[in-house]
Design a protein around this ligand. Structure first.
Ligand code: NDP
Length: 247
C-alpha cells in the first residue's frame, strides 16, 4: 500500500508544514485526520480538501492534552476504520537567549514540542503494536541536530524528539513490531512559525534570514509523501531539508 488509502493523523495541520502536507497527501488519495487548536482554519482546510475530491476530517486538539490526542486517534479509527501514520508536527518556536529567562516560553516549548509528541506516540503505540505496522513521523528541526544561539530550549525539545524517534525505531526492530519512524530536520521554511517569537532581536534576525532564503512548506510535504510511499520493509528515517540558499 502506498500513500493512496492510507489513514494519516496530522498535528499542527492548521497552517504551514502540516497544512501543505495534509493537502498533498489527500490529493494523492490518503485519508487525513487534521488536528490543531484553530477550529476555523481546520474547517477551511477540510472544506478545501473535500471540494478537491479528497477525504479529510478534523478534531480541534491541543497536543498538550493527552485525552484530546487520544480522542483524535480514536476519530481516525471510528471514521476510517484504520490508522497507518501519525505525523507529529505541531510546534512553536519562541526562541530567545537563555539569559532572557523566558521561562514560561521554555515550559510551553517542552509541553508542545516534546510532551505533545509523547502524547501522539502514546496514543498510537497500542494500535501500531497490535497490527505490527505503522509509521511515526515527527518534525524535529536542524536545531535538533546542530546547536544555534537563541535556540537553547527549542533545540533541546528538537534534539529530544530526534532521540525518541530513533529509540522507537530500534526497540520496534528488536520487538518485531515493524513500527517505522521518520525524523524531519527542516531549516528555514516560510510558515507562521516566526510569529511565536516574542524576543524582538531574535524575531528581527530570523525574519531577515527567512525573507532572504526561506522556501515553501510544500518542500516538506513532498518529503513526507515520499516517506509514506515507501514499502513496508523500508524505513527512510531521517531527512535534512535546507533551502539551497541557506548556509
Ligand atoms: P506554523 O506556525 O505555520 O504551524 C505550527 C502548527 O502547530 C499550527 O498548525 C499550530 O496550530 C500548531 N500548534 C501549535 N501549538 C499547538 C498545540 N498546543 N496543539 C496543537 N497544535 C498546535 O509553523 P510550521 O509549519 O513551520 O511548524 C510545524 C513544525 O515544523 C513545528 O514543529 C516547527 O517547530 C517545525 N519546524 C519548522 C521550521 C520552519 O522554518 N518553519 C524549521 C524546522 C522545524 P494552532 O495554532 O491552530 O494550534
Amino acid at each position: 500500500m502506498t500513500v493512496k488509502n492510507k489513514v494519516v493523523v496530522i498535528t499542527g495541520a492548521s497552517s504551514g508544514i502540516g497544512e501543505a502536507t495534509a493537502k498533498l497527501l489527500a490529493q494523492n488519495g490518503a485519508k487525513v485526520v487534521l488536528a490543531a487548536r484553530r477550529r476555523e482554519r481546520l474547517q477551511q482546510i477540510v472544506d478545501d480538501i473535500v471540494s478537491a475530491g479528497g477525504e479529510a476530517v478534523f478534531a480541534q486538539t491541543d497536543v498538550r492534552d493527552a485525552a484530546e490526542v487520544q480522542a483524535l486517534v480514536d476519530l481516525a479509527i471510528s471514521t476510517y476504520g484504520q490508522l497507518d501514520v501519525i505525523f507529529n508536527n505541531a510546534g512553536i518556536m519562541p526562541s530567545s537567549p537563555i539569559s532572557a529567562l523566558k521561562t514560561d516560553e521554555w515550559n510551553d516549548m517542552v509541553d508542545i514540542n516534546l510532551k505533545g509528541v509523547l502524547n501522539g506516540v502514546a496514543a498510537v503505540m497500542p494500535i501500531f503494536t497490535a497490527q505490527k505496522s505503522g509509521q511515526i513521523i515527527t518534525t524535529s528541526s536542524v536545531a535538533g541536530i546542530k546547536s544555534f544561539p537563541g535556540a537553547g530550549v527549542y533545540g533541546a525539545t528538537k534534539f529530544a524528539v530526534r532521540n525518541l524517534m530513533e529509540v522507537i525505531r530500534m526497540e520496534s526492530a528488536q520487538e518485531g513490531t515493524n513500527i517505522r519512524t521518520v525524523s524531519l530536520y527542516p531549516a528555514a521554511i516560510n510558515t507562521e512559525l516566526l510569529k511565536t517569537i516574542t524576543d524582538s532581536d531574535t524575531a528581527a534576525g530570523m525574519s531577515e534570514l527567512y525573507q532572504q532564503v526561506g522556501i515553501a512548506p510544500t518542500a516538506i510535504a513532498d518529503v513526507v509523501n515520499f516517506a509514506i510511499d515507501q514499502p513496508e520493509s523500508v524505513n527512510v528515517n531521517e531527512f535534512t531539508i535546507y533551502p539551497t540558499k541557506q548556509a
